[in-house]
Every structure is written in C-alpha cells, then in structure tokens.
Design a protein around this ligand. Structure first.
Ligand SMILES: C[S@@+](CC[C@H](N)C(=O)[O-])C[C@H]1O[C@@H](n2cnc3c(N)ncnc32)[C@H](O)[C@@H]1O
Length: 276
C-alpha cells in the first residue's frame, strides 16, 4: 500500500497509553477485518474515523457496533475511507503478460466485454485497454468494451477524467509516450478512453446490476477487505457474470486458497470458468 501506511517518525500525542478505547477497538477491527494496520499511525486513523463519523452522523461507539454486526454498507464505506485506493498502470505486470499471451488468444473473435471491478481511479481499466490494442490492433480493439466499477463516486469521477499527474504514469518511456500532455497532467488518448466506461457498483450488494456477461473480469486488491464467507460470495457472483470459457484475474497477493469456487484454478491469481 502507499506510504501512508509507513510508520510515523514520531508517535502522536495520543500514544499507546492514552488511546480512546473505542478508537482502539475500531483500529483492531480494521486490522483483523480489513488487514490494514495503523499501529504507528494512530493520529491518521483517528482523523479518518472522526471525519467519517461526522459524515454519517454516528458516534464512534455506534460505528463500532455496526461494524461488529457486519453491517455491509458500513463495512464497505469504512474500507473505502481507510484504504488508500492505491492502484497504478500495469500493476502486477505479469498479469497483463498472461492476459495478452494466454487469455486474449483464447477468446472468440468479435466484440468482447471486460470488467475491472474495484477499478479505483481507472489505471487498471486503461491498462487493459492498452493491452487489448497492442494484442489485437486498433480496429478489433474498438469493438472491446471495458467496464470499470467502484464503490467510490470520487474514484469513478477520477477514472472518467482519465487525466493523471506525471508521477502516476508508467516509468517505461515507450508506455509514457502513449499519454497526451495537457498542461501539467497527462491524458489517456481518446481511442483508449472510448473503450472504457465507469460506473459506481458495490461488490457487497448482490445481485449486481449487470445485464451482460464478461469474457474477462479483473477483481484485484479488493477481496482482502472482506471476510472469507463474503470473498466466496463475491467470487461466486463473479462466476455467474463470466461467460463459459471466460477468465477471472485476482491479485497475486490474493490466492484465495481457502475459498471454495466453481472456477477452475489455472494459476495463482488466475481462474477460468470452464465451458459447460
Ligand atoms: C486498492 S484499490 C484496487 C484498485 C485496482 N483494482 C488495483 O488492483 O490496482 C481497491 C478499490 O476497491 C474499492 N472498493 C472497496 N470496497 C468496495 C466494494 N464493496 N465494492 C466496490 N469497490 C470497493 C475502493 O474504493 C478502491 O478503489
């Protein structure tokens, strides 16, 4: 995750002995349930939680009760404000090599639908679009649609803008050259943006409002927010929205070894829905 999870050089005034018990319980819940630790960043944690409590008009005790009761909306919203929405272009690049060399050649010719679930600010969806154009050429790529979804309206708006500061772009000069400079920022080219559409969607609220199946779904670096039973439900919901013969990518850091699934496990982070 981002540098915001690095230890602070100086412990906040509310050190270990003075931490409010409710905040401590919330921090422990976040560590156990979301896997995100704020042991050395208690002031940051407190600021995020207090701001959130003001937004939802809850006292911290009320929020804690809802989280302990696994209120799905509250769990997702806390995951959102606590997580950093960290993402990047070509994140875990080996996945995109497999996507281009194994997955795309296995798919039928013609229009394709690809999902980027928990898309954050859009870098994953645009990376998929770049890879499709590289592998299939511009004409075939124009018939590919990539749907990026995220629970956060803010991230969806950023994704739709498709405008990024230089430091968020790929370091590789060949990849960098694909972006169009607009003042101090860089824009994803129009032909690539035209392949991508972004919508708000909460993975925890099922059934998902999707009318068509996907040939490939990317669902990376979000499942760790959820407890194993919910991971399993989300994985199975993915199975239902993937075409027979279609594929699911999860993160290499989320092998989901304990989760039962109808998907065939092809490799760590790669699943396939076999043809019936
Ligand atoms: C760490 S980012 C992952 C971005 C991208 N998939 C990647 O791998 O680089 C996690 C994203 O999951 C989103 N998220 C968290 N809970 C969610 C939920 N219940 N439904 C949909 N998206 C969610 C967050 O808003 C955040 O943008």
């Amino acid at each position: 995750m981002s540098s915001s999870l690095q230890p602070e050089s100086v412990l906040p005034a509310s050190g270990p002995r003075t931490e409010d018990p409710t905040l401590r319980a919330l921090r422990q819940w976040v560590a156990n349930r979301l896997g995100l630790r704020f042991d050395y960043q208690r002031s940051d944690f407190r600021a995020r939680i207090e701001a959130f409590c003001r937004t939802v008009h809850h006292a911290p005790e009320e929020l804690l009760d809802k989280l302990l009761a696994e209120d799905p909306e509250m769990v997702a919203r806390v995951a959102e404000i606590i997580s950093t929405n960290h993402t990047s272009f070509y994140r875990e690049p080996e996945a995109f090599t497999v996507f281009q060399e194994t997955v795309l050649p296995s798919l039928p010719l013609g229009p394709l639908r690809i999902g980027s679930a928990a898309a954050s600010s859009g870098e994953e969806a645009y990376t998929i679009a770049f890879c499709v154009r590289d592998a299939l050429g511009a004409d075939a790529a124009a018939r590919v649609r990539i749907l990026g979804t995220d629970i956060s309206d803010r991230q969806i708006k950023l994704a739709e803008r498709g405008l990024y500061p230089r430091f968020l772009l790929p370091a590789d000069p060949q990849l960098l050259a694909r972006f169009i400079q607009q003042g101090e920022d860089y824009e994803v080219p129009e032909a690539v943006r035209a392949m991508c559409l972004f919508r708000r969607m909460n993975l925890v609220q099922m059934p998902w409002p999707l009318s068509k199946r996907f040939n490939v779904v990317f669902l990376r670096n979000v499942l760790y927010y959820f407890k194993p039973t919910l991971q399993q439900r989300i994985l199975e919901a993915c199975y239902d929205v993937v075409e027979p013969g279609g594929w699911l990518f999860t993160s290499l850091t989320e092998p989901l070894l304990d989760v039962e699934t109808r998907f065939c496990r092809v490799a760590p982070g790669l699943f396939q829905r076999l043809r019936e």
